[in-house]
Design a protein around this ligand. Structure first.
Ligand code: ATP
Length: 227
């Protein structure tokens, strides 16, 4: 379960404070898929960073999988992130000097899983995302859709209870967007993974989410079809 309770995030700008997220409360149940839509600059990425313990609230609390980020030191935060969260980004964030399979194995390496087991699980995962034939390819030789499949495989390989996705189809054309969202939905459905996805694209929620909320100038409100 994920919960934000009256979360505000302010940053110092010049001689004043800029409020990026204002008094946001949200609860996401286990296995739920929630889409957060909003215009550029509305605070979506900041909200996702707060959920992932990468940003700290100025006030309020954020719980993820039973832990309050505020109560964890930086080492415990890193461990909690590694075990509880898979992240997917608009720009894929693959290691350019690592092959597809090495990118997918990364979370298992960080978790100390032996190499033979890492390879077995990464091969199975690449098979699931339809990229067995590309296992030795480097990211620069893969299409955008293929790179995002590798990134999805990497985010899911350690079966985290939570996936946080920041504009996961933002760099993909519309023909590639639908299969990528279908792949992500199938995977999180199959494993009961909780998923929060942020996007500026109002078509995505209907393809992906159980529930949609809107971010507007740092505040959350229910989604209306006119948004
Ligand atoms: N550390 C910071 N210092 C100053 N301003 C910041 C900081 N972080 C975010 N902002 C500002 O806060 C606002 C919200 O940023 P955020 O990246 O969360 O929005 P977003 O909705 O994800 O936008 P986009 O869709 O363009 O990525 C933006 O105007 C941004 O410039």
């Amino acid at each position: 379960m994920i919960a934000l309770r009256t979360v505000t995030r302010q940053v110092p700008v010049a001689h004043s404070l800029l409020t990026i997220v204002r008094d946001v409360s949200l609860q996401v149940e286990p296995g739920e898929r929630v889409a957060i839509i909003g215009k550029s600059g509305s605070g979506k990425s900041t909200l996702l960073n707060l959920l992932g313990g990468l940003d700290t609230p100025t006030s309020g609390d954020v719980w993820l999988n039973g832990r309050n980020w505020r109560q964890l030191n930086s080492r415990d935060r890193a461990a909690h992130r590694l075990h509880s969260i898979g992240m997917i980004f608009q720009s894929f964030q693959l290691l350019p000097s690592a092959s597809a399979i090495d990118n997918v194995m990364l979370p298992l390496m960080l978790a100390g899983i032996p190499r033979r087991e890492r390879i077995r699980r990464a091969e199975a995962m690449l098979d699931l995302v339809g990229l067995s034939m590309r296992r030795s390819h480097f990211p620069s030789t893969l299409s955008g859709g293929e790179q995002q499949r590798v990134a999805i495989a990497r985010a899911l390989i350690h079966r985290p209870p939570v996936i946080l996705a920041d504009e996961p189809t933002g760099n993909l054309d519309s023909a590639t967007t639908v299969p990528i969202l279908n792949l992500l939905r199938e995977q999180v459905e199959q494993f009961g993974t909780t998923c929060v996805l942020v996007t500026h694209d109002a078509d995505i929620p209907t393809q992906f989410a159980d529930r949609t909320v809107v971010m507007h100038d740092g505040e959350l409100r229910p989604w209306e079809r006119s948004d």
